[in-house]
Design a protein around this ligand. Sequence first.
Ligand SMILES: [Zn+2]
Length: 329
Amino acid sequence: MSELHKFLFDGLPVRGMVVRLTDAWVEILRRRASAHPTAAYPLPVQNLLGEMVAAATLMQSNIKFNGSLILQIFGDGPVKLAVVEVQPDLGLRATATVSGDVAAEASLSTMVNVNNEGKCAITLDPKTRFPGQQPYQGVVPLFGDQREKLESLSDVLQHYMLQSEQLDTTLVLAADDKVAAGLLIQRLPMEGVGNLAGSAVSQANEDEIGLNEHYNRIAILASTLKREELLTLDVETILRRLFWEEKLLRFEPLTGDAAPRFECTCSRERVSRMIAGLGLEEAQSILAERGGIEVGCEFCGVQYQFDPIDVAQIFTVAGALPPSSDIVQ
Ligand SMILES: [Zn+2]
């Protein structure tokens, strides 16, 4: 079963987290395979999306924020978009849009960053917004300081955390068709807590970047963790192997009902809003062409059907419904 473990290094300004998604991840892949019988993800896309799911779950657990965290990668290769959305209670969903061939050995850059124009975006969308409030979004390229293409998602996200949050972070991520897992080690910010919502970070914190000896030692230990170990070992074994000389303060792990799990936030009502957003003319032209409107949720595979009477009803009440921004076909 899926589980998430948080811990602190006793007396040191370093925290950590391990996530292992099993049932939640398998459910995402199962729904994709049944909704698109000929289009189960190519292996490299599956593994990238799994790493994104693990990373987004770690990032959502790492912040105190009442809203969804959305991690997206998009660019100029055959993978047009990969997106993961994690709710504050760790309900999560994920999907990727693939158009074109992805080689069995495809790297991050051949999938999504062919001309070095790929991007990674992290959006925090608050559950309740003030009037006029926009979601917070940070966007980084998929290249490093010398414009060299980054070939691992963990490098991209470490770079992001350093640039936008001024926080030293080490991530180890891995996924296959059964497990999506990740380890996060982060230096705790000095005063003026830096967080994803972009609050001020103190000079004292900036001075510490890359220089805290405790963080550096623990980060080196963490980065010895191999993909195979992360995928196959249980959390207790991983923590013992890596940090047997450190004193860990463990929190109650999130397992069972509290564990990260697959959950889609789509609904007939939200799809109705999207149809309303198309406008009456567009909706009528689809009806004329196909006799009805069918909308499939890219995240969970549910098909929503609207016949002409349903569509007429949408437009009788459409004035009261703002358009939806859901990603749907
Ligand atoms: Zn759905």
